[in-house]
Design a protein around this ligand. Structure first.
Ligand code: PLP
Length: 456
């Protein structure tokens, strides 16, 4: 296959980048001072930078490269589809084979009667679709007043006006006039940080019942849906207590509101099942998908609808769509990605090998003097760093800077790990072998040791 060689020297790339490229979620002044990290290639679980340094990718890109890097099958399918039909739209009663095949495959994999896919180019777009979709659904059922969507503080559902409003990130809401009207946020099921003296089970119930209280406050006849990630990812891998989801499900069932599970991170194997909803026992009416759907090799997302919701939506023209809804190349690549995930038994590998071994190593890291809690589910985990483990206490003077320092140490030690405040998070490719996990463990421990030494 043709090699791409577009290398300028690193310093030139960094200079041009700082001069002309506006990065997402990046402080421009810091970028200009330090220069961006330049990643030039990747294979398996390893990234290589422009200086030839190898870095273990503990985040699978942005939680998306489930199958790992460098899969030629996906590149070949993309090239073949580009040669045959690089683009056609799916508007106005038109279709093409890749979008048909992918829709049917997603319907087979999705739980329950989630059998219908509305495609988008990303998770953000798919969640924007969901806002319009649930409101239109209730309007078609003669209840146009049912339009509020309830979400959670510290949720992440994307960056567009709609999806950013669904999200509950205070830093995002401080900019640009979010949230838009008719979206509200309840407290999150974050026991480590907010559970106080309650035990986790009690706290999980209390936080789920906040949904019921919010529905009562707004009025059931005005609430369209509740949206949540099965496990909050960007919020810092918040795994809810076991009591949480069954109670949420009960409330949604009893109160006649739609349940949207945002599976953008949890979907396609990350929790050891095809979907996080299966791992956590959730029965959603709609699922948001993206990221692992194509292992990040192509931008694609979608909303997967139950038979009941799809039937109502299809009874009218839904005046909504994106130029790239069901893009043929993205669909062909996603389909091949799903074929490889299945044929190579990647989800079984997560369930039987990678996740149990990672969990064992994570428990060991939990004994590190820096770590107040080490939580993990499938291939996503978090380390809460604390100066006082017994009391789950946050850092005081250094609050918010310890995570940043630890992330810098990780990077210097050849590991990408992200930080949310002083919480470190991982979400590596699902194909990690025990040897990869050993290397991850070694580099995490070294980085924690160095972060601790820097505090003294
Ligand atoms: N939903 C969840 C749960 C996410 O984690 C993300 C991205 O991280 C999104 C939606 C937004 O997806 P995208 O960045 O593809 O727009």
């Amino acid at each position: 296959m043709k090699r791409i060689d577009n290398h300028l020297p690193t310093a030139d790339l960094q200079r041009l980048d700082a001069a002309h490229h506006l990065h997402p979620f990046t402080n421009g002044a810091e970028l200009a001072e330090k220069g961006a990290r330049v990643i030039t290639r990747a294979d398996g679980v390893m990234l290589t930078d422009s200086e030839g340094v190898e870095i273990l990718d503990g985040m699978a890109g942005l939680w998306c490269v489930n199958l790992g890097y460098g899969r030629k099958e996906l590149a070949e399918v993309a090239a073949a589809q580009m040669a045959q039909l690089p683009y056609y739209n799916t508007f106005f009663q038109t279709t093409h084979p890749p979008v048909v095949a992918l829709s049917a495959r997603i319907a087979e994999l999705a739980p329950g009667n989630l059998n219908h896919v509305f495609f988008a180019g990303s998770g953000s777009e798919a969640n924007d679709t969901n806002i319009r979709l649930v409101r239109h659904y209730w309007a078609l059922k003669g209840k146009p007043e049912k339009k509020t969507v309830i979400s959670r503080k510290n949720a992440y559902h994307g960056s567009s006006m709609g999806s950013g409003s669904l999200g509950g990130m205070a830093g995002m809401h401080a900019q640009g006039g979010m949230p838009i009207p008719d979206i509200t946020h309840i407290d999150q099921p974050y026991w480590y940080g907010e559970g106080g003296d309650m035990d986790p089970a009690e706290f999980g119930l209390a936080r789920a019942r906040a949904l019921e209280a919010e529905i009562d406050r707004i009025g059931e006849d005005k609430v369209a849906a509740f949206i949540a990630e099965p496990i909050q990812g960007a919020g810092a891998v918040i795994i809810p207590p076991e009591t949480y989801w069954p109670e949420i499900q009960r409330i949604c069932d009893e109160r006649d509101i739609l349940l949207i599970a945002d599976e953008v991170i949890c979907g396609f194997g990350r929790t050891g099942n095809w979907f996080g909803s299966q791992t956590l026992g959730i029965r959603p009416d709609i699922m948001t998908i993206a990221k692992g759907l194509s292992s990040g090799y192509q931008p694609i997302g979608g909303s997967v609808l139950s038979d009941e919701v799809a039937e109502v939506i299809s009874s009218d023209e839904f005046a909504h769509g994106y130029t790239y809804s069901g893009h043929p190349v993205a669909c062909a690549v996603a389909l091949e990605n799903l074929r490889l995930l299945e044929e190579e038994k990647v989800i079984e590998h997560v369930r039987d090998t990678a996740a149990p071994y990672l969990a064992q190593k994570w428990r060991e890291i939990g004994d590190h003097p820096m770590v107040g809690e080490a939580r993990i589910i499938g291939m996503m985990g978090a380390l809460e760093m604390s100066p006082d483990k017994a009391n789950r206490a946050p850092f005081k003077a250094e609050k918010g800077t310890v995570g940043l320092r630890c992330r810098e140490r990780c990077f210097a030690n050849g590991l990408v790990m992200r930080h949310v405040g002083d919480t470190m998070i991982i979400s590596p490719p699902l194909i990690m072998t025990p040897a990869d996990i050993d290397l991850l463990f070694e580099r995490v421990v070294k980085s924690l040791d160095e972060t601790l030494a820097g505090l003294k």
